[in-house]
Design a protein around this ligand. Sequence first.
Ligand code: PGA
Length: 250
Amino acid sequence: MAHKLAAGNWKMNGTRADLGQIMALAAAHPDPAVDISVCLPATLISEAAQHVADHPITIGAQDCHSAGSGAHTGDIAAQQLLDAGARDVILGHSERRTDHGEDDALIRAKLVAAGDAGLRPILCVGESLAERDAGRTLERIGAQIDGALEGSDGPPSALVIAYEPIWAIGTGRTPSLDQIGEVHDFMREQLKARYGDTAAAAVPLLYGGSVKPGNAAEIFGVPNVDGALVGGASLKESDFTPIITALSAS
Ligand code: PGA
C-alpha cells in the first residue's frame, strides 16, 4: 500500500513572516501515518526546514533544473535544494508547463536529476478542459506519464504522481468523484504495466485541484487516491490541518 501524503504547494506566495503557518502545522501534531510535505518558494526552504527538523513534516521545492550545476542563471539544481533542506520537489506542474514551456522530455530529465540528488519527485499530470471535453483525458494522462517515465526500469526513487486537472486548479471546480476515480485507476494500471504490481502499489497517487476542508473527505474516499496536492488551502494551517485530518481518517 502507498503511504498517505498531504502535500502543500505554496506556489509564488509567502515570505518569512508566513513561516508561522508551518510552525502551527507542526504544533498540530498530525498523524504520523500521514506524510506531510510543504513545497515552498526556494527563498523559504532553508529556514522552514530548520523549523520542522524535529517534526514529521518535510519541506519541498516546486521545480529543479535538469543539470547538476553550471551556467543556468536563475535556476536551482536538485542538489542545492537538498542542501537547503528540501526533501521533495514538485515536477511538471501545469503552471510550469504553461509559463515555462516545459515538455515531457524536460520533465523526464528533471525526474532523473531529482532522483540522483535523493529528492522525492511529485510528478504532476493533468488534462485541459478542451481535452476533457474532447474525451481525451486518459490519452493525455497516459502520454504525460509515458513521457516522464520513459526508459526507466523501475519507478524513480520514491516517486509520487499527482493528478491535477488544469481546469480544477485554483478555480473552485473539481471533477466528479467518478472522474477522479477513473483517472486514478488508470494511473495505477499504467504503473502496474510498467513496473509490476508491487512497485506500482507503493506509488502514492495524489489528487490536486481545489481541494478544500469541505471536499477532502469525499475525495479521499475514492479508491486509489492516496492523498492530495493542495495549493490555496495549504497556505493557512487552519485550512490545511482539516484536510490532513480527513486523510488520516480515510
Ligand atoms: P489549488 O492548487 O489547490 O489552489 O487548486 C493545486 C495545485 O496547483 O497544486
